[in-house]
Design a protein around this ligand. Structure first.
Ligand SMILES: *[C@@H]1O[C@H](CO)[C@@H](O)[C@H](O)[C@H]1NC(C)=O
Ligand SMILES: *[C@@H]1O[C@H](CO)[C@@H](O)[C@H](O)[C@H]1NC(C)=O
Ligand SMILES: *[C@@H]1O[C@H](CO)[C@@H](O)[C@H](O)[C@H]1NC(C)=O
Ligand SMILES: *[C@@H]1O[C@H](CO)[C@@H](O)[C@H](O)[C@H]1NC(C)=O
Ligand SMILES: *[C@@H]1O[C@H](CO)[C@@H](O)[C@H](O)[C@H]1NC(C)=O
Ligand SMILES: *[C@@H]1O[C@H](CO)[C@@H](O)[C@H](O)[C@H]1NC(C)=O
Length: 467
């Protein structure tokens, strides 16, 4: 009996014990309200709502949340051995075939007063280590115009200079030193910048070395969509900045390409095209949204010229296209307007050359016609043909006959320049071959053959009607 009573008491005690926190939680808001009532607005409503969240295990510590976010996304930029290095030392570089990207997930200080220097704390019993890279996506290119960035893993805490500006998000350092050619700008800066920074959801500060106002005019919309913060020009803002982490250099995948399996993982060409449409406010997603056949002809005025351009334009009009002719001018460098103009066309025509990079702004299902000159087959396919496919753009190749090339007049029909292009590259070297095929060659397009390609393009872009 006694034992039973004791048992009951124990049961009740346990119940009461269990109920206490619940009762407490139920009473707390009234207590807070009363507190608020008697002592005025000393506890704001959102504060006492926090009492509940802070008692639960899953409470969101905003500081920690932000730190975890930064660490998680910085880690995505390295893999395998490099990631282990990053975890152990707070610093690691991804060295791939083309690109080098150095990541630090520790609080860094970036000194821009002379050459840009990143100070990275090293708490290991290691020696001080210095790494210098030129932050450009294709390391095999001419890098003289890209200013170097020094990264110093220091042990002596008196080494780094004092902070002048505190930033809450990581820094990404890259260069616009090598600009002026739209292919190289897209291939080696804009796409790699997207690959490297998109995952941070605008929570990065961009530090742009070799800052060029013309680059900012052209791509400012891209930069401001990738970062919510003012771009830092180190030459104009010479000071010491503190960041919770840093990235030096941009990740490169392939020619005008994004590989969703490669670092950081998950980004493919459709993502980039979607991003560009948003950045530049492009209206057309798919070619079916454009009702009339509209063709843009990229007219080169220096090298690789169309010698019978007027006849080509007449032919295009005769077939039924509205023709927009673009000659190298202010039109092209005003990318904010030019991207919208390309996007409103369903066919883009040009001789092999950087201008074809603009196919990236075409709506899906549009057609790109490349006039492939003698000796440019590899580059034509690699740079613009293969990449069209990844963009959802139809690629029509117009490969010229030797008779259409001005090189026949220059060298003779039976010269190895015409008959054995491989030997020109092999014996003369890349530069010599380039001079011949890219700089000396113009083309007089065979209108009978070219008509077939244009008619095919027209049928592709008008096929959507009634569907
Ligand atoms: C949140 O986490 C950070 C980092 O661990 C810690 O410094 C801070 O005190 C935490 N804040 C709260 C309110 O718990
Ligand atoms: C800055 O870098 C250049 C190389 O681009 C080098 O010649 C120069 O000595 C460096 N200046 C300082 C102060 O480190
Ligand atoms: C760190 O550097 C300062 C001055 O540069 C020097 O006085 C100090 O002895 C150094 N400390 C160590 C532990 O090396
Ligand atoms: C330098 O950068 C800091 C931080 O982004 C900014 O607050 C400051 O206004 C800049 N100074 C100049 C001269 O641009
Ligand atoms: C994409 O990246 C992965 C991982 O780096 C690689 O194995 C694969 O070959 C790449 N694919 C292409 C088409 O380059
Ligand atoms: C080119 O070679 C072919 C046969 O090899 C010959 O018939 C033709 O006359 C030659 N043309 C010129 C322009 O030398």
């Amino acid at each position: 009996m006694q034992k039973n009573l004791w048992k009951m008491e124990k049961e009740q005690r346990r119940l009461i014990l269990r109920a206490t926190p619940i009762l407490f939680l139920l009473v707390l808001p009234f207590f807070c309200l009363a507190f608020d009532f008697f002592w005025g607005n000393r506890i704001p409503v959102d504060r006492w709502m926090n009492y509940f969240s802070s008692t639960s295990q899953t409470s969101f510590n905003k500081t920690l949340g932000e730190q975890e976010f930064i660490k998680f996304h910085l880690r995505r930029l390295v893999r395998g051995e490099d990631r282990r290095n990053l975890d152990e030392t707070g610093f690691a570089c991804d060295r791939a075939v083309h690109s080098i990207v150095c990541v630090s997930d520790k609080p860094v200080r970036i000194d821009t007063t002379r050459n840009v220097t990143v100070y990275i704390p090293s708490d290991q019993a290691l020696e001080e280590k210095e790494t210098v890279i030129r932050p450009y996506a294709k390391q095999e290119d001419e890098l003289k115009v890209i200013s170097p960035v020094r990264m110093l893993q220091y042990i002596n805490t008196t080494v780094p200079p004092a902070c002048q500006y505190e930033h809450k998000v990581p820094a990404v350092i890259f260069s616009s030193g090598s600009t002026g050619n739209v292919f190289h700008e897209m291939n080696e800066i804009i796409i790699p910048l997207f690959i490297t920074t998109k995952q941070f959801q605008s929570r990065v500060v961009l530090i742009l070395e070799d800052y060029k106002p013309s680059f900012m005019t052209k791509y400012g919309k891209v930069l401001s969509k990738l970062s919510a913060y003012e771009v830092i020009n180190p030459a104009a803002n010479q000071s010491v900045h503190c960041f919770p982490g840093s990235v030096v250099g941009l990740k490169y995948h392939d020619n005008l390409a994004l590989n969703s399996s490669d670092i950081p993982g998950g980004y493919a060409m459709p993502d980039f095209r979607h991003f560009l449409r948003q950045a530049y406010g492009l209206k057309f997603t798919h070619v079916s949204q454009i009702t009339k056949p509209r063709l843009m002809l990229l007219s080169r005025t220096n090298t690789r010229r169309f010698l019978n351009e007027e006849e080509m334009i007449s032919l295009m009009k005769e077939i039924g296209f509205q023709v927009i002719v673009i000659r190298r001018s202010k039109v092209v460098s005003d990318l904010n307007k030019f991207s919208q103009l390309i996007n409103s066309c369903n066919v883009l025509v040009g001789a092999h050359g950087a201008g074809l990079t603009n196919e990236i702004f075409l709506p899906s299902g549009a057609v790109m016609i490349q006039v492939e000159l003698i000796g440019t087959e590899w580059a034509s396919n690699t740079y613009y043909g293969d990449t069209a496919h990844a963009m959802g753009v139809r690629y029509l190749r117009y490969k010229i006959e030797p008779e259409e090339s001005s090189l026949v007049k220059l060298y003779g029909r039976n010269h190895s320049v015409i008959t054995d292009q491989g030997s020109v590259y092999k014996n003369g070297g890349y530069r010599a071959a380039r001079t011949i095929y890219l700089d000396q060659q113009n083309v007089r397009v065979n209108l009978v053959r070219f008509r077939e390609t244009l008619v095919e393009a027209l049928s592709i872009v008008t096929d959507w009607k009634g569907k």
